[in-house]
Design a protein around this ligand. Structure first.
Ligand code: RTP
Ligand code: MG
Length: 140
């Protein structure tokens, strides 16, 4: 298995409850290493651009409102098979369907306020990392 990079967001529901460290501990326990991280408050334009693939979905406008409702922590994670590993430790989008021991099972408030984002494929990981980070901000 190759060493991969993936993009992660600790979402506003988690920063609001001051549980970013708890969420991060699940990521680290899954073998993922933070190689870049910053706390930002996304603008509406940034969130709309980030979620552009979802712009025709009925939840798009609520999602943008939620993602700009407070600060988030954006991260680049590195590790063996990082994209799949991160998706596994995140759990299903809807916390009602998330497996035991996953971040969303243990922390998510709802299908929308589900505590974390993680890239779903190598191409999106690359794109999403470049959307928020300059190469010199990433220390592998
Ligand atoms: P993410 O992109 O955040 O890692 O999550 P995901 O792949 O599991 O979910 P996706 O289908 O890509 O949806 C992106 C985010 O939109 C919100 N959502 N709301 N109200 C709804 O029915 C609904 N469905 C999705 C969630 O915040 C989801 O993570
Ligand atoms: Mg997604």
């Amino acid at each position: 298995m190759a060493i991969e990079r993936t993009f992660s967001i600790i979402k506003p529901d988690a920063t609001r409850r001051n549980i970013t460290g708890k969420v991060l501990s699940y990521l680290e326990a899954a073998g993922l290493r933070v190689i870049a991280q910053k706390r930002i408050h996304m603008t509406k334009e940034q969130a709309e651009g980030f979620y552009a693939v979802h712009k025709e979905r009925p939840f798009f406008s609520d999602l943008v409102t939620f993602m700009t409702s407070g600060p988030v922590v954006v991260q680049v994670l590195e590790g063996e098979d990082a994209i799949a590993k991160n998706r596994e430790v995140m759990g299903a989008t809807n916390p009602a369907n998330a497996a035991a021991g996953t971040i969303r099972k243990d922390f998510a408030e709802s299908i929308e306020a589900n505590s974390v984002h993680g890239s779903d494929a190598p191409e999106t990981a690359k794109q999403e990392i470049a959307y928020f980070f300059k190469e010199e901000e990433i220390v592998g």
